[in-house]
Design a protein around this ligand. Structure first.
Ligand code: UT7
Length: 405
C-alpha cells in the first residue's frame, strides 16, 4: 500500500526496548538438555537469550519498552490514540495484554487491542497503525511486540527450547504531512503452513486439561526444517515487494532489520536480495528468537547504535507461524540520539501492571529454569499477588539488581 498523496504519513517518532536481566547461555542449556554450544551457534547463531523473572510478565516488559518509546517521542502517554500489542504469549486469554499496558503507562484515552500473527505480529500491527494514520483515525499509535516465550517451552525438546527468549520492543507511530515515514507495506499469509509452528492445547479446539498437560500440548511445537524452508523462501520476496511498493530497489535500503530467528535465514535473505551482510542488522546472538518482540528490539538497538540516520531507508521484515510474513519500508526521519535518553529515563520500577484481586497465581518459572533463576544477584520476588492499591511487598534483595536492560 503506497501512501496516497494527501493522506497523513506514518512516521516512527519514538522507539524503546526492554529485555530481562537474567541470561540463559548455551552452556546453561547444555546442562539441561542433550545439546552443545557448537551445534547451537553453527546452526542458529544464538549464544544466549534472556529469561523473565517471576514477577515479570509480557505486559510488564511491554510497558517498560512502551514508556521508553513514548519518552523518546517526547509526547505525553495520554496523547496515544491506539495501542496495538503483538504477542503469542499474552498474560491472559482475556483481557488483552494491550489493555493492561494502557493502564500501566498512564494512558486514559486509547483504544487497546492485541494482534495475533506470531513472529510477524509486530509488522502486522505496524501496518495497522499505518492504516489508522493514513485514514486520519489516529494521530499517535503505540505499536508493541512483547513475548514471554520461556514459559511455553518444553525443556526436554532440544529442537525448540534452545531457540527462544523473552523481551519487548515498542515504537510510537505518528501522523505527519512531512515527506518520508512509511513508504511501502507487504503482508502475506499461507495457511497451508498452519501446523508447522503451533501450540496445540489451551484454545477452543483443545481446552486445557490434565490430559493435554500430560501430553505436553501446552508447549510450542515446530517442524524446524519446513519452517526454515518457508522463511528462506518468503523473507526476501516479502521484503522485495515492500521495497518496490516504496518505489525503491534493495540497494536503496541502507539497513534491513529482519526477524531474528536464525543467522542462516538472515544470510539467505542477504543473498536473495544480492546485498552484503553489513546491510542486515543482527542481534540474535544475544537474545535468540523473541518472536513478535524481535523486530522492535532490533530496530531500537540499530537506531541507538547509530546504524540508522535521518534520510535512510530501512526495511523491517518478519515471518512466523500461520505461516505469516510482513515487511515495511520506512524513510527514517527522527533524531536517532533521542533513543538512548528514552532508555535511561525509564526502568522496570516505573511501571505497575494491575493484578487480579483474590487470586494467587502459581509459581510461573518452569522447573527446568528454577536453578538458573535462583542464582545469587537476582530478585526472589514473593509470589503473593499484590492487590491493586496495596503497597507491593519488599523485594528479597535490593531492587537495583532487578533492572533489566
Ligand atoms: O520464528 C520462527 C521460528 N522458527 C524458526 O525460525 C525455525 C526455523 N528452523 C531452523 O532454524 C532450523 O531448522 C533449526 C535450528 C530449528 C534446526 O536446524 P537444522 O539444521 O534444520 O537441523 P535439523 O532439524 O535438520 O536437525 C539436524 C540434526 C538432527 O540429528 P540427526 O537426525 O541428523 O542425527 C537433530 O536431532 O541435529 C539434531 N539436533 C540437535 N543437536 C544438538 C536438533 N536440535 C539439536 C540441538 N542440539 N539443539
Amino acid at each position: 500500500m503506497t501512501n496516497p498523496g494527501t493522506a497523513p504519513r506514518a512516521h516512527i517518532t519514538g522507539w524503546g526496548r526492554y529485555v530481562p536481566s537474567q541470561v540463559l547461555t548455551n552452556a546453561d542449556l547444555e546442562r539441561m538438555v542433550d545439546t552443545n554450544d557448537e551445534w547451537i551457534v553453527s546452526r542458529t547463531g544464538i549464544r544466549e537469550r534472556r529469561v523473565a523473572a517471576a514477577d515479570e510478565t509480557t505486559a510488564s516488559m511491554a510497558a517498560v519498552a512502551s514508556l521508553r518509546a513514548i519518552r523518546t517521542a517526547g509526547i505525553d502517554p495520554d496523547e496515544i490514540d491506539l495501542i496495538l500489542l503483538a504477542t503469542l504469549t499474552p498474560d491472559y486469554w482475556m483481557p488483552s495484554t494491550a489493555a493492561l499496558v494502557k493502564e500501566a503507562i498512564g494512558n486514559t484515552r486509547a483504544a487497546a487491542m492485541d494482534v495475533a500473527a506470531a513472529c510477524s505480529g509486530f509488522v502486522y500491527a505496524f501496518s495497522t497503525a499505518q492504516a489508522y494514520i493514513a485514514s486520519g483515525l489516529a494521530k499517535h499509535v503505540l505499536v508493541i511486540g512483547a513475548e514471554l516465550l520461556t514459559r511455553f517451552l518444553d525443556y526436554t525438546d532440544r529442537s525448540t527450547c534452545i531457540l527462544f527468549g523473552d523481551g519487548a520492543g515498542a515504537v510510537v507511530v505518528s501522523a505527519s504531512n512531512e515527506p518520508g515515514g512509511t513508504l511501502g507495506v507487504e503482508l502475506t499469509t499461507e495457511p497451508q503452513g498452519a501446523y508447522m509452528i503451533w501450540l496445540p492445547a489451551g484454545g477452543a479446539k483443545s481446552p486445557p486439561s490434565s490430559e493435554t498437560i500430560a501430553r505436553g500440548e501446552h508447549y510450542i511445537r515446530m517442524e524446524g526444517r519446513e519452517t526454515y524452508r518457508f522463511a528462506t523462501r518468503t523473507l526476501a520476496s516479502t521484503a522485495l515487494a515492500s521495497v518496490r511498493k516504496a518505489g525503491l530497489e534493495p540497494s536503496d535500503v541502507s539497513l534491513f532489520i529482519p526477524h531474528q530467528a536464525n543467522i542462516r535465514i538472515i544470510e539467505a535473505v542477504a543473498k536473495g536480495l544480492d546485498l552484503p551482510m553489513e546491510r542486515m542488522f543482527v542481534n540474535l546472538d544475544r537474545y535468540g528468537n523473541t518472536s513478535a518482540a524481535s523486530v522492535p528490539i532490533a530496530l531500537a538497538e540499530a537506531v541507538n547504535e547509530g546504524r540508522v540516520q535521518v534520510g535512510d531507508n530501512i526495511c523491517i521484515v518478519a515471518f512466523g507461524a500461520g505461516f505469516t510474513s510482513g515487511a515495511a519500508t520506512i524513510e527514517w526521519t527522527a533524531d536517532p540520539a533521542r533513543g538512548v535518553a528514552g532508555d535511561v529515563a525509564v526502568g522496570p520500577a516505573d511501571v505497575h501492571v494491575r493484578l487480579p484481586v483474590d487470586w494467587d497465581s502459581v509459581d510461573p518459572i518452569p522447573p527446568a529454569l528454577a536453578e538458573l533463576m535462583a542464582r545469587p544477584g537476582l530478585v526472589n520476588p514473593p509470589l503473593d499477588d499484590v492487590v491493586p492499591g496495596e503497597p507491593p511487598a519488599e523485594p528479597a534483595v535490593p531492587a537495583a539488581s532487578t533492572s533489566g536492560r
